[in-house]
Design a protein around this ligand. Structure first.
Ligand code: BES
Ligand code: ZN
Length: 880
């Protein structure tokens, strides 16, 4: 394991490399325990760099087998090699030179899933962020761009398939039983985009003709026998390629585009140039084994990785501090893509839910950091909701501020100006400033200030003068390392809904406003509207135009008015959701104090009416009926959290809604979409609605019978898991539940991806008793601690999807997580660190739980042999 050096990297210390790489030729002689890697690199000293400056190459757990300069063995006095660096002295002052570095690595023994490793007998690489240095010594940083030629040699029987980035140059027999293939990628790229895959895989093939008429071969490689399950991913790939041409004018730039699905992968997928590697969970799908959510994820991830070809690959990051430059922007692009493929408001609603559920708590806790961090100890810990989701929101705000046309112009300029470069957020912003003539200096604070801004809003309506004024004040709480904050630019979309449900048009007399957006740029600002004919209800931050929290005294009646009349679907949902949240927070407080819960009739009525309203999209109704989760309520309460009272209050409210809508839900639960199954948004929406309805009606009936019938009759995985979840969560002790779980297990035991759903559903069954269930499931023959998907399905679902189970009053949940983190840390530090982030909100808990959480964290930090990854997370979590 790489021992933690405690080294901290700072954005302000950026310096270009002393040596410039021109080309790199790699040869791999693959072997499970002793792969030989020969790297020939042509470099030259950068102008102005001292003549005695050595070349320093990065390594990670490497051993050097040979080193040559221009083909001659290098004198031992001229270099120093350690497992994590190679320093070479005495290199030419100006002339280009070639160094040949030979290393030997053991893919089979590489359990970190970073660098070159094996998964189910397939050789595969993962180089982002710093995995290339686990393959060979190199200047492993994103601003070192080179043209790669890669030759892969392997035994034909073991690896009939030999892949790398770029276009296929040629190949053939090598020596006894071995063959080779050579790939050439003409586009200069950083090492993190290098990829190699070799093994025995099945394939589906297709082709795509680009806008300009070039033919591109498309291939998706999967385990033999699973080829047909990749057809949906292939369809998405073609739609993504077309979309990027139509919406951004961006064409694909190689003769071939490949995706490989592997079953051991730390992340979702990786955008290696021309050779994307995917977690098989995000490639394989058919109706019997994948849910609507799985299909939707595949759509997003295939598109996301494809879109990186321009935002990330052709234009990459200068350093890892700029990660949001590629990730935030590409998430923004995949959001827009999905909005175009599906119902835009429903898509936006789910984005808002994800942002609030994942990014807001991160921003409010000890792991808070800016969208562009200023320092890090371990870059792998910065692939966060903040960099991704908030990073995407920031791009969305640029578009809101500039408008559609200027935004596109800015993107065009960015592509034009920086193609082939490694750039910064400043370079990106400069393009938008230039095309729009706007000063984005204040806006740029979104990249450097952590924390979620809060806006308090008050309104005054003067009936006599028909003047309506809105006063807003922004605050931003301190976050780790940032005690004082500057005033930000918050673009808040708005509407004034009049008494008759119509909307008042007109911009305010005072305060900056354009195209339905109020621009809050001062700490406190008043926006005054004149000639408003009746008392309006303010709909603010429509569509979540800025990722902020709004504090506004708005009555349930006003929220209901917005929910009924707003022209914006997302705003209607926001009002409903705010209404539900207000009520649930009050209910949780009352329950905690032992007071009877507040009357929920008004909320129940509006939800039932929404459920029954056939003028609304089914997917929208499903979203409206999904009450804020226990974790959402906890976040609103903010401190001194008692998860048990939140759960019991929420269940009381659910039961009230269920009773009020029993007949409506009963009807909806029976209204299954017509067969055959199709994953499109419309039918998925229908299933989502019947799914929530099923859960309400079972609650009202107090019997598992109906869910069991649905389970038994289900002909697709979506309906099957909906029913199984109702059984396992509402009726954990029922015989029907035991039976359904057993049926599911015996039917899908050969499909680990489906068994992950079985693990996750059980792990998320609310209540203290689930902890023992989780422990028992870890001994199940279907469980495998080494596999990241299994760990996330069981441990990850339990810790982030089961507040009452994980936050058990006796601290056993925290201890379980911390033990598992330590057990996995030696093998796979990235996975361990990511799992540990589930502790990030520990300080918001009531004092008893807080102390137990602290003790569990202290126990982790007291272990001497921790990876840098876990050390970084545990120390920040305890400190913040
Ligand atoms: N570049 C990342 C994958 C990555 C991140 C690899 C960190 C290694 C270390 C990729 O583009 C990505 O962001 N994938 C996401 C899914 C995406 C849809 C947001 C993932 O893997 O979760
Ligand atoms: Zn990405």
């Amino acid at each position: 394991m790489r021992t933690d050096t405690g080294q901290v990297f700072h954005l302000k210390n950026y310096k270009p490399t002393d040596f410039v790489v021109e080309r790199i030729d790699l040869t791999f002689e693959l072997d499970p325990v002793a792969t030989l890697v020969v790297s020939r690199v042509i470099l030259h000293r950068r102008a102005g760099v001292a003549e005695d400056a050595p070349l320093v190459l990065d390594g990670d757990e490497l051993t050097l087998e040979g080193l040559q300069l221009d083909g001659e063995d290098l004198d031992h006095a001229l270099f120093t090699a350690t497992p994590d660096s190679l320093t070479i002295h005495g290199l030419p002052a100006t002339a280009p030179f070639e160094i040949t570095v030979t290393t030997r690595i053991a893919p089979e023994a590489n359990t970190k899933l970073s660098g070159l490793y094996r998964t189910k007998g397939v050789y595969c690489t993962q180089c982002e962020a710093e995995g290339f240095r686990r393959i060979t010594y190199f200047q492993d940083r994103p601003d070192v761009l080179a043209v790669y030629t890669v030759t892969v040699i392997a035994r034909k029987d073991e690896a009939p398939l030999l892949l790398s980035n770029g276009n296929y140059l040629g190949g053939g027999n090598y020596d006894e039983g071995r063959h080779f293939a050579t790939w050439f990628d003409p586009h200069p790229k950083p090492a993190y985009l290098f990829a190699l895959v070799a093994g025995d895989l099945g394939v589906i093939e297709d082709s795509f003709t680009t806008q300009s008429g070039r033919q591109v071969a498309l291939r998706i490689y999967v385990e033999h026998g699973k080829e047909l399950r990749a057809t949906y991913a292939m369809d998405v790939l073609k739609r993504s390629m077309r979309w990027d041409e139509e919406v951004y004018g961006r064409e694909y730039d190689l003769d071939i585009f490949m995706i490989v699905a592997v079953s051991d992968f730390n992340m979702g997928a990786m955008e290696n140039k021309g050779l994307n590697v995917f977690n098989d969970k995000y490639v394989l799908a058919d109706p019997e084994t994948a849910t609507d959510a799985d299909y939707a994820n595949i759509e997003i991830i295939v598109a996301h990785e494809y879109f990186h070809n321009w935002t990330g690959n052709r234009i990459t990051c200068r350093d890892w501090f700029q990660l949001c430059l590629k990730e935030g922007l590409t998430v923004y692009r995949d959001h827009c893509f999905a909005a175009d493929q599906r119902s835009a408001p429903v898509k936006r609603i789910s984005e808002i839910r994800v942002l609030k559920a994942h990014q807001f708590p991160e921003d409010a806790g000890p792991l808070a950091h800016p969208v562009r961090p200023a320092s890090y100890r371990e870059i792998n810990n910065f692939y966060t909701a903040t960099v991704y989701e908030k990073g995407s929101e920031v791009v969305g705000m640029i578009r809101t501020i500039l408008g559609r046309e200027a935004f596109r112009k800015g993107m065009d300029l960015y592509f034009d100006r920086h193609d082939g470069e490694a750039v910064t957020i400043e370079d990106f912003l400069a393009c938008f400033a230039e095309v729009s003539g706007r000063d984005l200096t204040q806006f740029a604070l979104w990249y450097s200030q952590a924390g979620t801004p809060s806006v308090s809003v008050s309104t005054v309506w003067n009936e006599a003068t028909s003047v309506f004024s809105v006063t807003m004040e922004q605050t931003l709480a301190p976050t780790p390392g940032q005690s004082r904050k500057q005033v930000m630019h918050l673009p808040l979309a708005y509407g004034l809904i009049l008494e008759d449900g119509g909307e008042h048009v007109g911009t305010p007399r005072s305060g900056e406003a354009r195209d339905g957006v109020l621009h809050l740029t001062k700490r406190k600002q008043t926006f005054t509207f004149e000639g408003v004919p009746s008392r309006p209800v303010l709909s603010i931050n429509r569509g979540f135009s800025a990722p902020v929290t709004i504090a506004m005294e708005q009555s349930a009646a006003d929220l209901a008015h917005i929910a009924r009349h707003d022209t914006d679907g997302v705003a209607r949902w926001q009002a409903l959701n705010d209404h539900a949240t207000l009520h649930l927070v009050a209910a949780a407080r009352f329950t905690r104090d032992g007071r009877p819960a507040p009357d929920g009739k008004e909320l129940a009525d509006i939800l039932v009416a929404t459920a029954a309203d056939e003028s609304l999209e089914q997917a929208f109704r499903a979203q409206a009926l999904s009450l804020p989760a226990e974790s959402d309520i906890a976040r609103e309460i903010g401190s001194n959290i008692d998860p048990d009272s939140i759960r019991s209050a929420r269940e009381t409210v659910l039961a009230e809604v269920a009773r009020a809508g029993r007949d409506v839900f009963g009807r909806l639960a029976e209204k299954m979409p017509e067969v055959p199954y199709s994953p499109d948004a419309l039918s998925a929406g229908a299933r989502a609605l019947s799914g929530v309805a099923l859960s309400y009606v079972c609650l009202a009936e107090g019997s598992p019978q109906r869910a069991k019938t649905v389970f038994d009759g289900a002909d697709n995985m979506t309906v099957m898991t909906q029913a199984l979840q109702v059984l396992a969560h509402q009726f954990p002790e029922a015989e029907e539940t035991t039976e359904a779980l057993a049926t599911f297990e015996s039917r899908f035991e050969d499909n680990p991806l489906v068994m992950d759903k079985w693990f996750a559903i059980q792990a998320m069954a609310p209540g203290a008793a689930t902890l023992d269930r989780v422990k028992a499931l870890m001994d199940s023959p279907h469980f495998d601690r080494q596999n990241p998907n299994r760990m996330r399905a069981l441990i990850g679902s339990f810790t982030s999807g089961n507040p009452t189970g994980f936050n058990r009053a006796d601290g056993a949940g925290f201890r379980l997580l911390c033990e598992e983190v330590l057990a996995i840390d030696q093998r796979n530090p990235q996975l361990a660190a990511r799992l540990l982030t589930a502790m990030r909100s520990w300080r918001a808990l009531e004092p008893g739980r807080q102390e137990l959480a602290r003790l569990a964290l202290v126990a982790v930090s007291g272990v001497a042999e921790l990876s840098t990854d876990v050390r970084d997370i545990v120390e920040r979590t305890l400190a913040g």
